[in-house]
Ligand binder design. Structure first.
Ligand code: G3I
Length: 331
């Protein structure tokens, strides 16, 4: 008889965070991104601190540069991020009234989202709303928008993003939702509560972003993660992996051993997600160990460089790259 027809391999878009400065200075880096990725996301170029050097003006230099690179290479672009406690300009500390805060937040979102309307297809509207150790699922991180607007800053941001680009996918993005421990369970509960409250109020939210900053030596709570994902699926929300990398702080020095453990951790995570709901995209937080945030916080005690990303610092693919290629169907 005829051989069984092989199922068409699925294609999940793969992408990576990108630094504008490095794109300018390092042609091989740009070539690696163009070769490996279908999606990009600026690692910093769309953050408040970069876009808003002062309260009157916008500086779209880096974001426009990355958007032009994406266009030239036929790549899609995600936006990161509209409301986040990190990378806020110092001048924003002077925002203390509710009226001013609501105006600043909505007008910022209107300006930024409409500039890339039709090109940035997906936005991390609210990033990292949960405190590191929430006391309850209702607990929110304290920063300018929650201090002035309370929990309302979240629906305000989602509404403003939707108004500025009704076709964009709006994402609630969070880290530390996959590990074993009470504080991670509390963070998962908090994210579900935020999503549910938006949906109950008829406010558009389309997906949950799992950042996926994994630790090679930290256990993933498979059951906890999967029941979290089942709740997300029951709400008819998509799931994206938005910032995958594997922190190798405590791993052995030997590269082959280290890279294998990193690949294994990413495999365990991606499989756990996939069994419940295949992600609509997978992005790593950088493409090469040459440019990664990890050493800022997790410099290795043995003095060797961190290896958290799919390509090594010479842009050679490591086992993590193969894991992602197989997983996304781009092998
Ligand atoms: O560009 C300047 C450089 O000119 C200067 O010499 C140097 C000195 O410190 O700083 C450089 O800027 C740094 C920038 O990264 C360069 O990439 C900033 O200080 C530093 O704060 C900034 O850190 C970024 C961090 O977010 C804060 O915005 C990391 O690159 C970026 O990877 C990290 O990304 C976050 C996501 O947005 C949210 N999820 C977690 C993730 C990792 O922490």
């Amino acid at each position: 008889g005829l051989p069984a027809m092989a199922a068409a391999p699925r294609k999940i878009p793969f992408g990576a965070a990108v630094r504008g400065g490095a794109l300018t200075a390092d042609a091989a880096y740009g070539a690696a991104l163009a070769e490996r990725c279908r999606l990009l996301v600026p690692e910093g170029g769309l953050k408040w601190a970069v876009l808003r050097p002062n309260r009157e003006t916008f500086d779209f230099g880096e974001a426009d540069q990355i958007a032009a690179f994406a266009r030239r290479n036929g790549l899609g672009l995600r936006g990161h991020t509209l409301a986040w406690y990190g990378a806020m300009p110092a001048w924003a500390e002077a925002i203390t009234s509710r009226v001013e805060a609501e105006w600043m937040l909505t007008s910022h979102i209107e300006t930024v989202v409409s500039r890339y309307r039709g090109f940035i297809g997906s936005w991390d509207v609210v990033n990292e709303p949960m405190p590191d150790k929430p006391a309850s699922p209702q607990d929110l991180r304290h920063f300018v928008w929650s201090k002035t607007l309370g929990a309302d800053y979240i629906p305000i941001a989602f509404k403003a993003a939707h108004a500025a680009d009704p076709a964009a996918q709006l994402v609630l993005n969070e880290y530390d939702v996959e590990f074993v421990g009470q504080r991670f369970a509390m963070r998962r509960a908090g994210i579900l509560a935020i999503a549910r409250s938006l949906l109950d109020r008829g406010i558009p939210i389309h997906a949950i972003g799992l950042q996926g900053h994994l630790f090679a030596d930290r256990a993933i709570d498979r059951d906890g993660l999967q029941s979290f994902l089942r709740e997300i699926k029951a709400m008819k929300l998509d799931v994206l992996v938005t910032e995958l990398d594997v922190i190798d702080f405590g791993l052995p020095t030997d590269f082959a051993t280290r890279d294998a453990l990193i690949a294994k951790k990413a495999t365990d995570f991606l499989q756990a997600v996939d069994e419940v709901t295949p992600p609509s995209a997978v992005l790593t937080w950088g493409i090469t160990d040459r440019y990664t945030w990890v050493p800022i916080y997790f410099t290795r005690p043995d003095g060797t460089a961190n290896r958290p990303l799919p390509l090594d610092s010479d842009l050679r693919p490591k086992p993590l790259m193969s894991v992602i290629e197989r997983f996304t169907g781009n092998a």
